[in-house]
Design a protein around this ligand. Structure first.
Ligand code: FAD
Length: 313
């Protein structure tokens, strides 16, 4: 029987929805118990949010000023200490989890299972390979702790309505001095977060310039959507690279994805495989994006977007 420890992802006192998705993956194991650990300088508020996730038995809090910022090298030794007694340690396959979980796996001396998308047994999982073009079944050794990142696009958020107990714990690990927080440089945006947004409007090379990208932002604002981009748009400097969707960008699963001036390269499509409705706007009727789009508009984006914006109201 599986006993699962899930590492909570949070920022600015808010629990990230990726945590509840990771809980869903743990539930698929038919786990005997699912605990969530919150490492923070002041974990109380975040722990209260985690305690509401249905299926969570206990929320463990590790309060330490060193946990103010999510540094993998600082968090991992504490998680590795807490891992004893658990058969599985899961984190989301987000930027946070992809940075942290390999360090946890290395400290425990095990190989990480990456991008877990389906559970076949307590030690048998499916994960995508070749940019999502093939699915492989992997088996982790039954006599070792399973450390895994969970592909958040493949799992729904576990329901709310839980009432887990919250327990403060000590994680007596020696924290490294070689890695310390210096500063955070992040773009400020009032728009929804790309990774968790329900609606996303993305622009590609076809948008043509940083200035032209305003038509993408305008439609996104009308729809209450996050903004994304293809790698070509990022490489051309139209938008910052945290907006990149795809194999080497963010893997997302919004309910609505609007691809504007994006051809539909396989590396881009990898990032939107689990999206709900895909709308493509492209002047080339033969663009591959139309093969996967639910709704396609063939035409010039600079004509179609203002019309669409008006129609949305
Ligand atoms: P293009 O392929 O140039 O397409 C532009 C489209 O805009 C065309 O279809 C054109 O018809 C249309 N268009 C032009 N003008 C207009 C107009 N006025 N109105 C309407 N339509 C117009 N790509 C990603 O996106 N994400 C990734 O994570 C990623 N990772 C990669 C990893 C590797 C290892 C490699 C090799 C590639 C990766 N790529 C990735 C790049 C990918 O192969 C494509 O080059 C890229 O996605 C193309 O971006 P695009 O569709 O914006 O540009």
């Amino acid at each position: 029987m599986a006993q699962v420890l899930i590492v909570a992802e949070h920022l600015g006192g808010q629990l990230n929805a990726a945590t509840a998705k990771t809980v869903s993956a743990a539930q698929a194991l038919q786990a005997e118990s699912i605990d969530v650990v919150v490492l923070a300088a002041d974990p109380a508020g975040i722990a209260a949010q985690a305690a509401q996730i249905a299926g969570v038995a206990r929320v463990l809090t590790v309060a330490n000023p060193a946990n103010e910022h999510a540094l993998a090298q600082v968090l991992a030794p504490q998680i590795a200490k807490l891992a004893s007694g658990y058969s599985h340690v899961f984190g989301p396959s987000t930027t946070f989890g992809k940075d942290l979980m390999p360090v946890v796996a290395a400290l425990l001396g095990v190989n990480q299972v990456s991008d877990l998308m389906a559970v076949e047994g307590t030690h048998t999982f499916q994960r995508p390979i070749y940019a999502g073009n093939a699915i492989i079944t992997v088996e982790a050794p039954a006599d070792q702790t399973v450390v895994a990142t969970v592909r958040t696009a493949s799992w729904p958020e576990a329901a709310k309505g839980g009432s887990a107990s919250i327990e403060a714990v000590q994680a007596d690990a020696t924290l490294p001095a070689h890695t310390r927080f210096v500063g955070l440089a992040a773009g400020k945006s009032d728009r929804p977060d790309l990774q968790s947004a329900k609606r996303v409007v993305s622009g590609g090379r076809g948008v043509g310039s940083e200035e032209n990208f305003r038509v993408i932002y305008q439609l996104a604002d009308k729809l209450g959507a996050a903004v994304g981009a293809s790698r070509a748009a990022v490489d051309a400097g139209y938008v910052p690279n945290e907006l990149q969707v795809g194999q080497t960008g963010k893997i997302i699963a919004p309910e609505l994805y609007v691809a504007v001036g994006i051809s539909g390269a396989i590396q881009h499509l990898t990032g939107i495989k689990d999206a709900g409705t895909i709308v493509a706007i492209n002047k080339d009727a033969d663009a591959p994006i139309f093969e996967i789009a639910d709704i396609g508009l063939v035409g010039d984006l600079f004509t179609l977007l203002p019309e669409l914006e008006k129609a949305v109201g």
